[in-house]
Design a protein around this ligand. Structure first.
Ligand SMILES: [Zn+2]
Length: 57
């Protein structure tokens, strides 16, 4: 009798994926990138607003 090989279920890599922002288009969680947020559902990309220039000397 062959030993049933237990196949490890591929762990969802998305578990670590923490949506930090909700897509304004479809409401799905958006992935955070260095300078933008990207929706994996509809493809909507929102660029992060750059740091507000406080007071320029
Ligand atoms: Zn979306």
């Amino acid at each position: 009798m062959a030993d049933p090989v237990k196949k490890e279920k591929p762990k969802k890599t998305f578990e670590k994926y923490k949506p930090v922002k909700a897509c304004v288009k479809c409401g799905a969680g958006m992935g955070e990138h260095s300078n933008r947020f990207a929706c994996g559902k509809c493809g909507y990309t929102e660029f992060k607003s750059q740091k507000k220039e406080a007071k320029k000397e």
